[in-house]
Design a protein around this ligand. Structure first.
Ligand SMILES: [Fe+2]
Length: 197
């Protein structure tokens, strides 16, 4: 992917390298944990190291997967806002009263201080959208909710293009490159309640 508006190819290249790091670390963690399990048990003396590796999985796995969602919802020639009457626009309206209120909330979450992610999720039980702040990669994800639109607001996502205090400009650039077709394919449109809810 290249040729985005307001997000340089240089930024994307560096960002892909960072993403690769998460893939590699995730693989390494799985391999190391498997070594502990190879004899069919976790010995008591292995427990501290095994626990530390297992705790890191939330960070590395989410770092990997969220970047896939992020790159996946960007495209050259993105459209800014979705078209009127689109499935996403309707879902936003049903959930927030209007698409523009939803948008103000999503952008507000993205402007929060700290490193993390702004994510619009859909609750598969009732189809409703909600916007959430995720600290680092793993704190704040809602179990079972579907990430629909994912925006990286770690500083590495924009530092080559904007100053740290100019996150708003990056957010505007991100927004102008959204691939709404991808976002809408992530939406569950049957909105059937799922077991356990
Ligand atoms: Fe990132």
């Amino acid at each position: 992917m290249n040729g985005l508006k307001g997000i340089s190819d240089q930024t994307l290249e560096m960002h892909f390298k960072l993403y690769e790091g998460y893939v590699n670390e995730t693989n390494k963690l799985n391999e190391k944990i498997y070594e502990f399990l190879a004899d069919g048990k976790v010995d008591q003396e292995e427990m501290p190291a095994y626990s530390e590796l297992t705790r890191r999985m939330g960070f590395e796995y989410n770092g990997m997967v969220l970047h896939e969602y992020y790159f996946g919802n960007l495209t050259q020639g993105g459209a800014g806002d979705p078209s009127a009457g689109s499935p996403f626009g309707k879902a936003a309206e049903e959930s927030f009263g209007s698409y523009y209120v939803w948008k103000a909330d999503f952008i507000g979450v993205g402007r929060m201080r700290g490193v993390g992610w702004a994510i619009c999720y859909q609750n598969p039980a009732n189809g409703r959208l909600s916007n959430h702040w995720i600290t680092l990669h793993e704190v704040g994800n809602v179990s079972g909710f579907i990430p629909v639109l994912v925006m990286d607001v770690w500083e590495h996502a924009y530092l080559l293009d904007y100053k740290p205090a100019e996150r708003q400009k990056y957010i505007e650039a991100f927004y102008s490159n959204i691939d709404w077709n991808v976002v809408q394919r992530r939406l569950r449109q049957d909105q059937q309640a799922v077991p356990g809810v």
